[in-house]
Design a protein around this ligand. Structure first.
Ligand code: FAD
Length: 177
């Protein structure tokens, strides 16, 4: 883990990037909430006394309510968007892909550890796919393989694992009526 390049204390939960600077896309915005609340408190102190109720309300807002819609992604938003892309692409991958389709899928998967901007996520994913080689043989195998990789991240983050028998329902067909 790199050392911070600034003397300033980091917001709790902030992760540094390889350049030693705070890495927004490596960090969950939820972890910045105390810092956001503190700024709100400072502003409120200088406001009229009636602002006290505004402060109370603002400091209990969920991070999604505090956050502007046009903010750059944090690690969670980027993760959700990336998983959506990957699982959906796997769900529509051919049953019997051509050699070119297999090669392109392998390139896509292997580019993540190199290019994914949440660097600690990328490093861990790279380690995982070294041990668990991508299955690009067809739609079913790829969807299962990807579900298992996502479950590895879920476990690491202390989240419930997903039932990999339900990948088509989640990413292609939708729930049955
Ligand atoms: P997500 O985990 O993003 O899932 C989105 C949706 O996918 C869920 O709502 C669910 O419907 C479905 N889903 C969940 N699990 C599965 C599954 N196994 N198979 C199919 N569908 C599923 N974050 C970190 O903090 N640290 C990391 O090291 C890290 N590594 C990552 C590596 C990669 C390659 C990616 C793409 C993301 C990584 N993330 C990491 C982000 C993290 O996985 C989540 O995306 C983020 O925490 C937001 O989680 P979420 O609970 O909103 O749902």
């Amino acid at each position: 883990m790199p050392e911070p390049t600034t003397g300033k204390p980091l917001p709790p939960g902030m992760i540094l990037g390889p350049d030693g600077k705070p890495c927004k896309v490596c960090t969950s915005f939820r972890h910045w909430k105390p810092a956001v609340a503190t700024r709100e408190q400072a502003r409120s102190k200088t406001a009229a006394s009636g602002a006290a109720t505004t402060l109370a309300a603002s400091s209990t807002l969920a991070s999604s309510e505090i956050r502007r819609a046009d903010c750059p992604p944090d690690s969670e938003e980027l993760g959700r968007a990336t998983w959506t892309f990957l699982h959906t692409t796997a769900a529509y991958y051919p049953e019997r892909p051509s050699p070119a389709q297999r090669a392109n899928m392998l390139t896509l998967i292997r580019s993540l550890p190199v290019l994914y901007p949440c660097t600690h996520c990328a490093d861990d994913f790279g380690q995982d796919i070294k041990v668990n080689a991508p299955d690009v043989s067809g739609r079913v195998g790829l969807s299962k393989w990807l579900c298992e990789r996502h479950n590895e991240v879920n476990k690491k983050l202390g989240k419930a694992t997903f039932d990999c028998a339900k990948t088509d329902e989640r990413w292609k067909d939708g729930p049955g009526d």
